[in-house]
Design a protein around this ligand. Structure first.
Ligand code: HGY
Ligand code: MN
Ligand code: MN
Length: 415
């Protein structure tokens, strides 16, 4: 095998252009991107991505949950491809970079190898995972979770959004329910470039995050059943107020996470059934997202949140149910691949540091099945899941260059 061209760099302007070209699909007035999974804007970007991959000479396949796999032949086609990619769906108040940088940087790596006439030993497979965000359908990282067998395909196909549309119907509506069996695409390893979605790299002036671990995640669907009654005539001591109950639960979760340290807890959704200004809320559906990079703390979060909810329910004489809909243990990425990322960053002269991911990623699921690692670059003020999400062209290019050289070192150069 020949040595990878160490001065090979991706085309920074081309990558930057593709990021801004695709940002038009679901562009919001505030400069963000609202591209909910399996909706019309997701179809637009998927169609664009498929065409771009085919123009780059890749063979695109789609599996039964819409996960997209774009294959570049290597010299030794008897070996499974090295995977690289991320996701193209966004949060409702999403930005231009979350997921999109990693998927388009993977395409840029292919384009750069094509321009340089480089053939790798291993085949390469650029991937766009379905519903990483978990906003329209739970769980998050849904397509990659089913790919590694954490959920059955039928279970996922049957999941419904707030409007009662199933994953199956949504996939069919955009024409992305493919023939490839879910989980059939083999990988020799997987790499994901992503913005940090936190403040550390920017604060420390580091260009690259060499991601070692990822937080474990607990997702609950909660329901509070109190009693609707007149807001004017019901004495305070006789109320069974579902919203006052939820307010106590929210503050209890906050206190538990702060007290445990190395933990976070969020109530991101709450819906009062038939709300009215002069009716005491009787019924509320809500969600909890709790995380820790430490497995023991994750277990304590589960225990303490359940106990707090039960205590508040008893005190207020209401019913509170918590249904754990998703549990993912903390991720520890593959040491060899993490080392390859770090070597590439050092060889390219980028300031870097080891880091734990606060956010979940498809790579965290892949890691259960194949050796996996992640590359982070800074985002402005650490902000993400917000239309203000921003990153610099230079940092995006640096991350893509680390991805390129990590790919070359792992896949090998045939010619
Ligand atoms: O929830 C997450 O961490 C990811 O952004 N879906
Ligand atoms: Mn993401
Ligand atoms: Mn996200």
């Amino acid at each position: 095998m020949t040595k990878p061209a160490s001065n090979l760099q991706i085309d920074s302007s081309r990558l930057w252009d593709t990021i801004h070209t695709t940002a038009q699909f679901g562009a919001t007035p505030k400069g963000g991107v609202r591209r909910l999974t399996l909706g019309p804007e997701d179809k637009q970007v998927r169609d664009w991505f498929r065409a771009a991959c085919e123009n780059a000479g890749l063979d695109v396949q789609v599996d039964g949950l819409g996960n997209m796999f774009a294959l570049r032949r290597g010299r030794d086609m008897s070996k499974p491809p090295l995977g690289l990619g991320s996701h193209l769906d966004t949060q409702p108040t999403g930005g231009k970079f979350d997921g999109i940088l990693g998927t388009l940087a993977a395409l840029e790596v292919i384009r750069t190898l094509n321009d340089a006439g480089i053939e790798t030993e291993l085949p390469l497979c650029v991937t766009n995972w379905t519903n990483e965000e978990g906003s329209r359908y739970a769980p998050a990282m849904m397509g990659s979770a089913a790919f590694v067998g954490d959920f059955t395909v039928d279970d996922i196909l049957g999941r419904k959004d707030a409007a009662g549309i199933s994953v199956a119907e949504a996939l069919d509506s955009i024409g992305y329910r493919g023939d490839l069996p879910v989980g059939a695409q083999p990988f020799s390893g997987f790499l994901e470039l992503h913005i940090e979605q936190g403040p550390i790299l920017e604060a420390e002036g580091k260009t690259i995050g060499v991601v070692e671990n990822g937080q474990g995640v607990l997702w609950y669907d909660g329901r509070i059943t109190g009693f609707e009654s007149h807001a004017g005539s019901t004495p305070m001591n006789l109320r069974r107020d579902a919203l006052a109950t939820l307010s106590e639960i929210v503050l209890a979760i906050e206190a538990i996470a702060v007290e445990l340290g190395n933990a976070v807890g969020t109530v991101g959704e709450a819906v009062i059934a038939s709300p009215s200004r002069n009716v005491i809320p009787g019924e509320i559906a809500f969600t909890i997202d709790a995380r820790s990079a430490d497995a023991a703390i994750l277990a304590q979060l589960d225990e303490r949140i359940r106990a707090a909810a039960a205590g508040i329910a008893a005190k207020r004489k209401v019913e509170v149910t918590l249904d754990l809909v998703w549990r993912k243990e903390p991720t520890h990425f593959d040491k060899t691949l993490v080392g390859a990322v770090e070597s590439a960053a050092n060889a390219l002269g980028y300031a870097n540091r080891r880091i734990t991911s606060g956010a979940g990623h498809d790579a965290c699921n892949l890691n259960a099945k194949v050796p996996t690692a992640m590359i982070f670059v800074p985002c402005k003020d650490g902000v993400s899941h917000n239309e203000l999400e921003d990153a610099t062209q230079t940092d995006c290019a640096s991350g893509a260059n680390v991805l390129l050289h990590t790919v070359l070192s792992l896949a090998g150069v045939a010619k």
